[in-house]
Design a protein around this ligand. Structure first.
Ligand code: OAD
Length: 237
């Protein structure tokens, strides 16, 4: 991959070995919660406490988990290549803690909270920020309630302009740990392909969009990626 423009897209599978549950595997988050109840703007209007508690639990969990070898390998890839853009559907901070920089979080971030009045987001990870009570912003003169800084179903993913710019121009497109269920993320591999990129998958199980990949590595990302990254850093293809 040396000398190539590389884009990597990650999903929940990359953080699975850190102990963060995926969404659609056995025991995944969406088995326990209906998407409509916790991950839509309508849910926030109907029962904000339920939604707030769901995301506060996930925010608190960030303090108990560590990056795994897959996060570290991807940061080594990014540091070893001239051009690599890392896009993630994940809202955790494990890529950054594994050494990656400029990570594009297309579905938002748990670390930040968003003012409902101004839409401004700020990092809120102090011990007082994990309460089950609603929190207030620091940007308004009369502080407003904050909401999770997450892209819910029915909302537009973040940074799409930068994402399409990178994907349109890439020569190698790698997906790690994503089931291919959620659009537009699931479609990016085909966008890359249409622009002539070679497409590579590292995933525990075949995703819905398996046919879109030229090269497939089935297995756990934390086990496969360290070796693959060593090969990719040595290869020109
Ligand atoms: P999913 O839970 O849909 O899929 C996780 C994928 O990771 C599956 O294909 C698994 O086979 C694979 N996997 C599990 N463990 C793995 C491991 N150790 N190594 C490699 N692969 C592994 O998660 P996503 O595709 O990320 O959106 O889901 C996309 C979006 O749906 C999420 O960002 C979230 C969710 O609803 C929002 O909340 C907006």
């Amino acid at each position: 991959m040396q000398g190539k423009r590389v884009v990597v897209l990650t999903g929940a599978g990359v953080s699975a070995e850190s102990g963060i549950r995926t969404f659609r595997d056995n025991g995944g988050l969406w088995e326990e919660h209906r998407i409509e109840d916790v991950a839509t703007p309508q849910a926030w209007l109907a029962d904000p406490s339920l939604v707030w508690h769901f995301y506060q639990r996930r925010r608190r969990q960030l303090q108990d988990v560590e990056p795994n070898p897959a996060h570290v390998a991807l940061s080594q890839l990014q540091n070893g290549l001239d051009s690599m853009v890392l896009i993630t559907q994940n809202v955790d901070n494990l890529h950054e803690r594994g050494g990656s920089s400029d990570v594009i979080h297309m579905h938002g971030r748990l670390e930040t909270l968003r003012c409902e009045a101004t839409g401004r987001h700020e990092k809120r990870m102090n011990s007082t920020d994990f309460s089950d009570d609603f929190l207030l912003c620091t940007c308004c003169s009369t502080p407003s309630r904050v909401r999770p800084d997450i892209v819910w179903f029915g909302e537009i993913p973040m940074h799409m302009e930068a994402i399409y710019r990178a994907v349109d121009a890439c020569e190698v497109f790698v997906v790690v740990g994503s089931s291919g269920h959620v659009y537009p993320a699931a479609d990016l591999v085909d966008v890359a392909r249409r622009h002539g990129a070679r497409t590579v998958l590292v995933n525990a199980e075949p995703p819905l969009n398996l046919d879109s990949f030229d090269e497939v590595h089935l297995g756990k990302a934390g086990e496969l990626l360290p070796g693959l990254v060593r090969q990719w850093l040595d290869s020109e293809g």
